[in-house]
Design a binder for this molecule. Structure first.
Ligand code: IMP
Length: 458
């Protein structure tokens, strides 16, 4: 087979703008092409502007507005109620159910998985990792415990019985391990929604991921695997334990779809012109000192109040730059509504994720967010134990890291108003990144809408 799957992978901590990238690619695809999700669940939040309206998808592939087939792959965890609700936000005139298929191997997220997720995070106290609370970790845990319920099970006669047995096991765990007694009322509404969602799932076309992928590849048509989260959240190669529970990297495409790795081609890597992160964990280039966004959030501070309120006056300047990135980039979690932590671009981390994914084509998003900055900074190296390095240490959270930065001048005017040509300062910045990262930047995002992109190499 000449055609190969192209993984579309976030190269940072998620929220790189993959949704917009995939939606743009999808607009050029035909009904014989395919976009699949291969991991994760509704912890993802993919924001797409379509016909001047903003949509946030959590489960449905971002190609929904195109003509290509869309598939929810075997490596995913699916909350049936969330999926059913999500389909309702798609305008009536967009016919997608005839293009949508789902793998029988995908795992079902149960109402008790959501409880296990939130209760277990709560008891961790300061050690929490900042889960989205969507039941992702408990449902993948059930997969490896070999007791999870899968989409294919919903067509079996004993599904309700198996559901009840597993729910009771979860209740037992909640009681014994977390001292949380689940009352019937606590579950009632969630369970009603779950069964509504199951009914909806039963109406969908079920198909093995490998079967649909190979069928499309044999016809030499295109297959894109839309990653969720980002490479630094990969369960094994991210900043463990501050990670999600699936393989978010290109390697996950093969196991998430049940296809041989030889069918997975070079990846398209998506990264923002700066860095954001939701949840806890190390963040070497974070602006504003120790976890400023978390500090703001915990103090219940609004953006306005935080302006002159950072407790450490020495980092006030950086703090304000971090706030400006958050404000100009609208950096609020699409799934949880949490303020995102913000920082400068981190080259050592990008090199790490580019090589891990074999990302040979890059998409740089949200460059316009830097419009009004006095200068742009990029971390080129770390200093760890007095040594300059660009290697990523085994456990980044245990190291004291000092960042070395390079500064770039900023263009005048708004990139979104400047059309298809980047001003020289922006172009220099893009060329520097290409040279340093060793890969082509094929698109540069200059605004949230699908058309606000500068295409290069065409
Ligand atoms: P979980 O996937 O809900 O278990 O959360 C684990 C970690 O991944 C937390 O730090 C979350 O904030 C983060 N996370 C999960 N999904 C996303 C995403 O789509 N974008 C950014 N961060 C995410």
């Amino acid at each position: 087979m000449k055609s190969k799957i192209t993984p579309i992978i976030g190269l940072q901590w998620g929220d790189e703008g993959k949704g917009k990238g995939v939606a743009r690619i999808a607009s050029s695809l035909s009904k014989n092409d395919l976009i699949v999700r291969f991991q994760g669940g509704n912890n993802a939040g993919h924001t797409i502007w379509h016909d001047a309206k903003c949509y946030v998808f959590h489960l449905i592939p971002s190609g929904v507005f195109g003509r290509a087939q869309i598939h929810l792959g075997a490596g995913m965890v699916i909350d049936p109620s969330a999926l059913e609700k999500e389909t309702k936000i798609i305008p009536r005139e967009v016919s997608f159910l005839n293009r949508l298929t789902i793998s029988p191997h995908a795992i079902l997220v149960m109402p008790t998985h959501l409880l296990l997720d939130s209760v277990s995070e709560k008891v961790k106290g300061k050690k929490k990792i900042g889960s989205t609370g969507k039941g992702i970790s408990p449902s993948y845990t059930d997969l490896t415990l070999r007791r999870a319920l899968r989409v294919g099970d919903i067509f079996q006669n004993d599904f309700k019985k198996r559901y009840t047995i597993l729910r009771e096991e979860h209740r037992e765990t909640l009681k014994k391990s977390f001292n949380h007694n689940v009352k019937k009322e606590e579950l009632k509404e969630r369970e009603n929604n779950f069964w509504k969602g199951i009914k909806f799932l039963q109406s969908l076309q079920v198909m093995n991921s490998a079967e649909i992928v190979i069928k499309v590849l044999k016809k030499e048509r295109k297959v894109f695997a839309e990653g969720a989260q980002g490479a630094l959240l990969d369960v094994r190669f991210g900043h463990y334990p501050f990670v999600t529970s699936s393989h978010t990297i290109a390697g996950g495409v093969s196991t998430g779809l049940g296809v041989p790795p030889t069918l997975v081609g070079e990846a398209m890597g998506i990264f923002k012109a700066y860095v954001t992160k939701v949840g806890e964990g190390p963040f070497p280039t974070e602006l504003g000192g120790e976890k400023s966004a978390i500090w703001c959030r915990d103090k219940n501070f609004t953006e306005e109040k935080t302006k002159f309120a950072h407790p450490d006056p020495n980092s006030q300047d950086e703090f304000e730059q971090g706030v400006a990135l958050r404000r100009q980039g609208c950096e609020i979690g699409a799934t949880t509504g949490r303020l995102r932590r913000t920082g400068w671009l981190d080259i050592p981390l990008l090199k790490y994720t580019i090589s891990m994914n074999n990302a040979t084509e890059l998409v740089l998003t949200k460059l316009d967010v830097l419009d009004n900055f006095k200068k742009i900074k990029v971390c080129t190296h770390y200093i760890i134990n007095g040594k300059k390095t660009s290697e990523i240490p085994f456990d980044i959270s245990r190291e004291k890291i000092k960042c070395i930065y390079k500064s770039f001048p900023v263009w005048s005017g708004k990139l979104s108003d400047l059309g298809a040509k980047l001003p020289s300062e922006a172009l220099n910045y893009v060329k520097y990144l290409e040279k340093t990262l060793g890969a082509k930047i094929i698109y540069v995002g200059t605004g949230p809408e699908e058309h606000q992109v500068v295409e290069r190499y065409w």
